[in-house]
Design a protein around this ligand. Structure first.
Ligand code: FNR
Length: 378
């Protein structure tokens, strides 16, 4: 019999050399709707572009002759040991990329000693995802607070039983961002339907923006005072995701948070918001003590091992990537493992080239921030 005609323009996995290659493969093979939803950002996408550029504007200042043959990227975060300091950021609806979505991503990450922060708007529930992992494997959970606080209270109690290492409350999206690529492509909601979603969309109905169709339940009236309510529901460490100023970093500490996650939602919330790495520099300048007392996570535009190293040098405890894993999972679990391997390899090489062999040796002297100094509030 004649061999089947391969329609896929996806290159073989071993031809994928970096995160950009994964993005190109996803663009060529994902449905136009999935690509628009994943790759899109708010308004003119300036913050998303700035996230990518910010890492390039921070330069490395390598040290030499330190003996770097044996290098390790091991990291301790949230009281757990991982092989790498980078993780999957909470991103909604991974099943649009692959039938096994979040399950495949979780398995791939765990197989490589990394982990994830699962989104409230994931296609599969936390229970379904942890069932794929070794018992008690450390994971985090991202929480959107529902306008109906009773829904969130019941939801969080259920989540707490699964003992994620952190509850990461997203605070940068009181209302859904204006994602025009996502809004332009109308599609049947079946593409996004998942029992796990808190905002159900009518089957058979055509919708534009998936972000609006699935995120309208988020409470725009959440306030600092409400954090006590959340902390009363569970004793699992609370993180705030979407901190974008040194002032709010301090406030999060005063509010008793275990940590903060600097992010502008991958440029999908308010366009022209500053990149997380600038916020990290502002924290360094205004309240460096925060970095000693809380775990500080960073995301947005991280695509290379050098980006990860720069964040660690500037005081981040861990770094997260969103879109790259949504693109890698187009190849299933194997793709995710390959993505971690590539990033870890890049990170190891960058560490060696900079003269360090453990992440504990990363320090601000290894980076030159002159190109972004003018943007940092002191
Ligand atoms: C997101 N992000 C996000 N954040 C969150 O707290 N809850 C969520 O459900 C989602 N959903 C989501 C979907 C998609 C498709 C994207 C791209 C992003 C933001 C995400 O956690 C993270 O902050 C960014 O993705 C980081 O930027 P990069 O790595 O994608 O550039």
């Amino acid at each position: 019999a004649a061999p089947p005609i391969l329609k896929s323009t996806k290159p073989p996995l071993d031809a994928i050399l970096n995160m950009h290659d994964f993005a190109a493969a996803a663009e060529a093979t994902y449905s136009p709707k999935a690509w628009a939803f994943y790759s899109g950002a708010a308004n003119d996408c300036l913050t998303h572009a700035a996230n990518l550029v910010a890492w390039r504007d921070i330069l490395l200042r390598p040290r030499v002759l330190t003996g770097v043959r044996n290098v390790s990227t091991k990291t301790r975060v949230l009281g757990a040991d991982f092989s790498v300091p980078f993780f999957w950021a909470p991103t909604a609806l991974a099943r649009m990329a692959h039938p096994e979505g979040e399950k495949a991503i979780a398995r791939g990450l765990a197989a490589r000693g990394s982990s994830l922060c699962l989104s409230t708007n994931s296609s599969f529930s936390l229970q379904e995802v942890v069932a794929e992992l070794p018992r008690d494997y450390p994971v985090m959970y991202q929480l959107y607070v529902n306008k109906d606080r009773a829904v969130t209270e019941a939801h969080l109690r259920g989540i707490a039983k699964l003992r994620p290492r952190a509850i990461v409350v997203t605070v940068d999206l009181p209302v859904v961002g204006k994602r025009e690529a996502d809004e332009r492509i109308k599609t049947d909601v079946a593409i996004a339907s998942a029992d796990n979603l808190q905002q159900k969309v009518e089957p058979g109905k055509k919708v534009g923006g998936l972000a609006r169709a699935t995120g309208g339940f988020i409470d725009a009236d959440l306030r600092w005072e409400d954090l006590a309510w959340l902390r009363g529901i569970t004793d699992i460490p609370l993180f705030l995701k979407g901190i974008q100023s040194a002032a709010d970093a301090r406030r999060a500490y005063e509010a008793g948070c275990a940590g903060i996650y600097l992010s502008n939602h991958g440029g999908r919330a308010v366009d022209t918001a500053q990149p997380a790495i600038i916020v990290l520099l502002e924290i360094q300048a205004q309240c460096a003590w925060v970095l000693e007392r809380m775990e500080v996570f960073v995301d947005g535009g991280v695509r290379r091992g050098t980006d990860v190293l720069k964040a660690m040098c500037l005081g981040a405890s861990a770094v997260f990537l969103g879109r790259p894993f949504l693109y890698a999972v187009g190849y299933g679990q194997e793709g995710v493992e390959h993505a971690v391997d590539l990033l870890r390899d890049e990170l190891e090489t960058a560490m060696q080239m900079c003269g360090i062999t453990e992440l504990g040796q990363a320090h601000p002297g290894l980076v030159n921030t002159a190109l972004v100094e003018g943007r940092v509030m002191r």
